[in-house]
Design a protein around this ligand. Structure first.
Ligand code: 2AM
Length: 190
């Protein structure tokens, strides 16, 4: 008996989703390169260049009909475009990932995450209680420890919008689809 093929993500009754910043090609290229250099030290699985992102709020698995509630929550968020400067690379022992991050978070990014979490909580979605740990995962299943190091020069990432992403987990690494984006507006509170 042959099994029918899995439905395409958009046809499934549930969706695994998160809000994120998605880098423009120049920042993604540089981050991917840094992942390659770190890979020489720790091994592990490199994230594909087109999947690199910074998660703002992870929602998880929800019924697809609730996506419009997520969109309405995101509509409430206002921010001004800003530049994120990623100046460090490090490894986390507990989950074996190697990541790039910022030693100083721009106020606009903190405000974006705070507003998003408030709007998500008001709409009845569970929100992260731990402090926001801004990071771009570069490697998974890294071995050993990567001592924290500077990214010199830092990766300059101009942030003009944030996005809602659907994740389709696959054995070879998740496939991500941007469902919608929200641009920053000049003059928004930062
Ligand atoms: P990670 O890269 O640190 O694993 C898609 O899976 C994105 O959501 C990734 O950036 C991932 O972070 C993040 N993510 C996955 N599961 C999560 C969870 N339970 N809580 C918070 N973030 C999660």
């Amino acid at each position: 008996m042959t099994r029918p093929p899995d439905p395409a993500p958009g046809e499934r009754p549930r969706a695994r989703v998160y809000f994120a910043l998605w880098p423009a090609p120049a920042a993604a290229r540089r981050l991917h390169k840094e992942g390659e250099l770190a890979h020489g030290l720790t091994g592990g699985r490199r994230m594909r260049r087109d999947t690199l992102h910074l998660t703002l709020a992870f929602i998880g698995d929800i019924p697809r009909e609730r996506l419009d509630e997520l969109r309405a929550a995101a509509d409430k968020v206002a921010f001004s475009p800003f530049t994120l400067s990623l100046d460090r690379i490090a490894g986390w022992r507990h989950n074996h990932i190697v990541w790039a991050g910022a030693s100083e978070l721009p106020g606009e990014l903190e405000s974006l995450v705070t507003q998003l979490n408030a709007a998500l909580a008001a709409a009845g979605f569970p929100v992260e209680r731990r402090k926001f740990a801004a990071h771009v995962t570069l490697l998974r299943n890294a071995r050993g420890e990567l001592p924290a190091a500077e990214l010199d020069p830092p990766v300059e990432w101009p942030v003009g919008d944030f996005v809602l992403v659907e994740s389709d987990p696959k054995p070879e690494g998740a496939q991500y689809t941007v469902l919608e984006s929200w641009p920053g507006t000049t003059g928004a509170p930062g």
